[in-house]
Write a protein that binds this ligand. Sequence first.
Ligand code: SF4
Length: 452
Amino acid sequence: MGVLAVYGVPSASTLIYYGLHNLQHRGQEGGGIITFDEKGECHRYRGQGLLSEIFTNGELNHLPGSMGIGSVKYANAAKGGLDNVEPLYFHHHAGDFAIAGEGNLINARQVSEYLDRHGAIFQTNTDSELLAHLIKKSNKEDRIQTIVKALNMIEGGFTFVIMTQNRIYACRDKYGIKPLCVGKMGDGYAVSSESCAFEIMGAEFIRDVEPGEILTLDRHGMRSTLYSHFNRHRMCAMEYIYFARPDSDIDGCNVHAYRKEAGRRLYRECPVEADMVVGVPESSLSAAMGYAEESGIPYEMGLVKHKYVGRTFIEPVQSVRELGVKMKLSPVRSIVKGKRIVLVDDSIVRGTTSLKIVKLLREAGATEVHVRIASPMMRFTCHYGVDTSTPEELLCSHRTLEQAREAIGADSLGYLSPESTRDSCFGCADPCQACFTGEYPTLLYDEMVEND
Ligand code: SF4
């Protein structure tokens, strides 16, 4: 999912719309925008599908105001449907407010049970609604204090943008698992999950929101409040490896630069003799360039991606995912025929894509296909909002390296080590790698309850 906010800039909804387009890779199943106009009246629109399918009839003209928040989302089966498309809007006697969030609360079950016992009735399955109820429950007078208190009742990897009639709050989890940054736009501000949204909006990157920080944006400017003095920099390694756009900088590290360095290290750790390096478009191209540069093996475009087909990893249902793989890639026959290929991919989740691509390349005449993965073997479930599904579905949760190689039909298979995954990152000294190592940066509340 991706979140965006704009404060103090005319036609906020149009800027949010364009910014969200640059976050579309983070979710394709729904999106929406809410604005407050100068009279404090709320305007909102949301829908399912791509932004270009949602905003089709001049809806932006009906979203006036110089402040707003927006979101794009992907959903697993439990959190699908229009009701769960954010931003959400809430009425309250102390003032209406809107919330959009990203990530996952690891104590969501405990929080919802607590709220349930206190009479809350839920309309969605979202963490944003849980946070809204916690904010609403607090009897502190000052809004920032109610948000501080609410954030201290939740745990996990998350970011939230909260908008009241006269200000915006941008919040990042205290472990620093999810990315969030702030930029300047004239006299106003923009907040985004990724800095790549700023370019199209004409915003200038200022800095990342710090772990455990709430940024308040209003007519007085920008102010910082720490909701927790416990804070860590455990940025999700998969943001660098797969999710984020290469033109984004996250916690001081450019995503393309990270991937290229990971590709260089991948060659040093898993060399192989071959005629050409081929990257799986799009998210693996930077790593493939790094592998080619370090090895001296020429980089070639052996695969072409069909545009306008969604990312297979974030489609919620397996049958749709498999169809997506078939539709999205073509081998370039005249390039790969008779050649030994190093196929560089960013990660293997279920193995669906890898198996299909190896087959495509062989059918196109490749004599050998050596698969090199620019991240470690993914063996564990993510609890922070990345839908890697159950351990049973992960290719490597129950297979050795040799069994995984066999399952995807490659001549050889090599993975980057967790050490190099960490050291490729220039800005974050210790990123979360829990889906590779099983070492989660937080306690896992829901799992503790299940094990009781
Ligand atoms: S477990 Fe994996 S996908 Fe989840 S936050 Fe950590 S690195 Fe990212």
